[in-house]
Design a protein around this ligand. Structure first.
Ligand code: E4P
Ligand code: PEP
Ligand code: MN
Length: 450
């Protein structure tokens, strides 16, 4: 892969028309931006194009019902939060969930972290007001700082460079954990035994016992557990800030194709998926597997045009629709979309994000989600696909491996009054470690019935 801007890449950058790009920061110093972008464009790729191709094949398998995708991680990663413990806890949680889902689905689980690049946020409002002070909204550590002062909220393009380094360090540790023995299926299974040993999680004991039996059966048959000490793991984030994504786009020396090397899988958010906008234009020019968030407001005709733009060849695994309808709307809103997209002959993979349609402000003023709504949206997602004979390909969840109190409900019965105990997110409320595992057990039950 070329690490400098070669002739093909310059042509790409010049050919990119000046389309409107939603949700971009207004960088106050153009010279500082130019210098940060120039610096990024000289840096090595964070991922290799061949790995993106492998993930595209995996997403295709999920679209065909031969794999199940688990995407999970913070709503917004932070520079300060990129510590060994935080990363380890998140990986551990995802691995534990994946083990349970693998059993439930009886197919391989494709593990994808919302990690190593998830440093930018689209916002509903450009500003935030606390008491009588109004400042620019926090847009992710890649742009400005969460602290509520005018200096902190000032967009600083050197943060793009810092985001690259934080992503690089995160990815390095993720690769070490997932290939160095930490991911050993036997450890992961032991951790899950710990989860069901908690009296509050007794309801899941039977499933855990069944997995235990399956492991013993495999061992008795001489299964090669040594080969299960490592696992594939991919990195994903929302491709929001084009001044970060464009300079990390490289020509793959094997094929001459362009890849955004900031992550294996990148997605376009609900607020930036306009057909005439710069974000869809950008992803239509690169070869990574791409996701697009789809809310209940989406128009099917727009989605069909989007498919023509992003996946004109109808390559399985190229395009994933990450639907986020809300528990109350999923059955009604998702069915006609899946039906018409399927009837068009498109080959998209369907994933359920049960978080973003279920956010509300609690009585005590916290932005939260109810665990019950999260589970209910996944249930609706499965029902719709079952009804249409289409494939529910995976889930996309905002989670952390830590014991935060950001979403209410779950077997620990977190209440509104508990939210202030450990509300640590800088953007959306995440499922904590226990809630994430509980979700995995419930989805495994849905999958095994499916
Ligand atoms: O994931 C992100 C949020 O849903 C998005 O940034 C909007 O959040 P806001 O309504 O707090 O701005
Ligand atoms: C902003 C997000 O989602 P959406 O684009 O679906 O609102 C997100 O995934 O954090
Ligand atoms: Mn979010």
């Amino acid at each position: 892969m070329s690490t400098t801007i070669g002739p093909d890449l310059s042509t790409f950058l010049e050919a990119t028309p000046d389309l409107p790009a939603a949700q971009q920061p207004v960088w106050p110093d153009p010279a500082a931006l130019e210098s940060a972008v120039a610096e990024l464009s000289t840096y090595p790729p964070l991922v290799f194009a061949g790995e993106c191709d492998v993930l595209r094949d995996r997403m295709a398998s999920a679209g065909a019902g031969e794999a199940f995708v688990l995407q999970g991680g913070d709503c917004a990663e932070t520079f300060a939060g990129a510590t060994a413990d935080n990363i380890k806890n998140r990986i551990k949680t995802i691995l534990q969930m994946a083990a349970v889902l693998t059993y439930g689905a009886s197919v391989p689980v494709v593990k994808v972290g919302r990690m190593a690049g998830q440093f930018a946020k689209p916002r509903s409002s450009n500003s935030e007001t606390r008491e009588d002070v109004t400042l620019p909204a926090y847009r992710g550590d890649m742009v400005n700082d969460f602290e509520f002062t005018p200096e902190a909220r000032h967009p600083n393009p050197q943060r793009l460079v810092r985001a690259y380094h934080a992503s690089s360090a995160t990815l390095n540790l993720v690769r070490a954990f997932t290939t160095g023995g930490f991911a050993d299926l036997r450890h992961v299974h032991d951790w899950n035994r710990g989860f069901v040993a908690n009296a509050a999680n007794q309801r899941y004991e039977k499933l855990a016992r069944d997995i235990d039996k399956a492991m013993k059966f495999m061992a008795a048959c001489g299964a090669d557990f040594e080969a299960m000490r490592t696992t594939e793991f991919f990195a994903a984030h929302e491709a929001l800030i084009l001044d970060y994504e464009r300079p990390l786009t490289r020509v793959d020396s094997r094929t001459g194709n362009l890849y955004d090397t900031s992550g294996h899988f990148i997605w376009i958010g609900e607020r930036t998926r306009d057909l005439g906008g710069a974000h869809l234009d950008f992803v239509s020019r690169i070869h990574n597997p791409i996701g697009v968030k789809v809310s209940a407001k989406a128009q099917v005709d727009d989605l069909l045009r989007m498919i023509d733009l992003v996946d004109p060849e109808r390559t399985p695994g190229r395009l994933t629709f990450i639907t986020r309808m809300g528990a109350g709307q999923v059955r009604e809103a998702l069915a006609p979309i899946v039906e018409k997209v399927t009837a068009s002959g498109a080959a998209v993979t369907w994933i359920c994000d049960p978080m973003h349609g279920n956010t509300f402000e609690s009585a005590s003023g916290y932005k939260t989600r109810d665990f019950e709504d999260v589970v209910e949206e996944v249930r609706g997602f499965f029902e719709v696909h079952q009804g249409l004979g289409t494939v529910p390909g995976g889930i996309h969840v905002e989670l952390t491996g830590n014991d935060v109190t950001e979403c209410i409900g779950g077997s620990e019965k977190i209440l509104d009054a508990d939210l202030n105990k450990r509300y640590e997110t800088v953007c959306d409320p995440r499922l904590n470690h226990q809630q994430s595992l509980e979700l995995a057990f419930l989805v495994a039950e849905m999958l095994s019935r499916d």
